[in-house]
Design a protein around this ligand. Structure first.
Ligand code: TYD
Ligand code: MG
Length: 397
């Protein structure tokens, strides 16, 4: 096999398309986990890692792949109750085990010979031959490397769950990142139902892919867009923008708020957006749109916990800030795409057709676009060409 080449073995899909795509897509279009690979799933406690992986385990098993789900944090009874709540129907190929001893986990795995072994969580298991309590550096290293060896020697896929906190505390799983083939993070805010799955490292796939789920009373449901986005009336300080994540397009809602601040000490805070980009947009608004923002506190964020780094989202951010300041909004059903240059001119965006189609699909029939050659096919959507920041500002009510 060439270095870096895809292994020829078929991937194992769960059938949860939002998860499979993040695991990786082969050139032939099949998505899912690669046999013999090791995946680390990180996320804050309570975000839904166990729920996602038990659902994935159930889905693999229903498709006939034998799965061993080991919980080191819950009793067999608790796992069964969760499986019931998730309506997994306990397929015969799904094996559940409550165990913290690495040796016994490996023994069971060798006996049962599953295609996928899930260990939830790696912080709560221990190798009896190693000093230190579960979760310690020495335990994590040993358990991690033994499970990697198990995967490589049996071509069983291994999925490890690791807890992380917002500030990267409990650095445990970080320790394992270099050992494993793929690292995906499961993100979400407690107050939002949206849960995002994102690859941060993937030897067998793209790291830009994003999977979207919604937490419901019966586990996670797949979503094709972030549930909170684009609901309700247009309002000042909120602008929708179609952004590209990996192989797909999603609508992002960018919000801004301006408030009285102190000259020389005005706050500029952003969440889910690049802070440098926000600073540049503010400067462009001052220079090319006549806004005076030097003593204004400015806050900007992306709704629903998404992160948006594409320059194509510049125009939406600019209109959100300007709209917040002027208390004006775009008409409802209008969204915006475009990169903003320092000259105040609007520029190039790739994959325009995909963006226009997604906007149309979610009810945004008119789209502010930069002056570029537009795709032939723009059915159901009317592009509104804007050349400069000033022209774009005219669309604020
Ligand atoms: P969990 O998967 O246990 O999180 P983690 O393993 O990352 O610590 O789930 C976290 C939360 O999800 C828990 O507070 C309850 C909630 N939840 C639901 O809302 N619906 C469900 O069907 C399940 C199983 C959990
Ligand atoms: Mg858990």
């Amino acid at each position: 096999m060439e270095v870096g080449a895809e292994p020829s073995v078929a991937r194992l899909p769960t059938g949860l398309a939002e998860f499979d795509r993040v695991l990786g897509i082969s050139p032939d279009g099949t998505a899912g986990i690669v046999p013999g690979s090791v995946l680390l799933v990180g996320g804050e406690p309570g975000v839904g890692k166990s729920t996602l992986l038990l659902q994935a385990a159930g889905a693999w098993a229903r498709r006939g792949a034998r799965v061993l789900y080991v919980s080191s944090e819950e009793s067999a009874e608790q796992i069964r109750l969760r499986a019931e709540r998730l309506e997994l129907g306990l397929p015969p190929e799904l094996f559940l085990l409550a165990e913290t001893n690495l040796q016994r986990i490996a023994e069971q795995a060798r006996k049962i010979r599953p295609r996928v072994l899930l260990v939830d969580s790696v912080q709560m298991i221990f190798a009896p031959s190693v000093d230190g309590s579960p979760g310690s550096v020495s335990q994590m290293r040993r358990c991690g490397s033994e499970l990697v060896m198990l995967a490589k020697s049996t071509s069983m896929s291994v999925v490890l769950v690791g807890h992380v906190t917002k500030d990267g505390q409990l650095a445990g799983p970080r320790l394992l990142e270099h050992l494993v083939d793929a690292v995906i993070y499961f993100e979400g805010e407690r107050m939002h139902a949206a849960r995002l799955v994102r690859a941060v490292k993937n030897r067998f796939g793209a790291t830009l892919e994003l999977g979207i789920f919604e937490m419901t009373g019966h586990g996670l449901r797949e979503r094709s867009s972030v549930p909170e986005v684009g609901q309700g009336e247009a309002c000042p300080g909120s602008v929708i923008c179609p952004v590209i994540h990996g192989s797909r397009c999603l609508l992002a809602e960018i919000q801004a708020l301006t408030a009285t601040g102190f000259l020389g000490a005005a706050k500029r805070k952003s969440s889910g957006l690049d802070a440098n980009r926000l600073a540049m947009i503010i400067a462009v608004l001052e220079q090319h749109a006549g806004l005076r923002l030097a003593d204004r506190d400015i806050f900007a964020q992306v709704v629903g916990g998404m992160r948006v780094v594409e320059p194509a989202s510049d125009l939406a951010l600019l209109l959100a800030v300007a709209g917040a300041e002027r208390r004006k909004s775009l008409e409802s059903g209008v969204c915006a795409i475009g990169e903003v240059g320092l000259s105040g001119r609007l520029g190039g965006v790739t994959q325009m057709e995909q963006r226009l189609m997604e906007a149309a699909r979610l009810g945004f029939g008119r789209v502010l676009v930069p002056p570029i050659v537009l795709p032939q096919r723009t059915k159901g959507v009317e592009p509104l060409v804007v050349r400069s920041v000033q022209e774009a500002m005219e669309h604020l009510g």
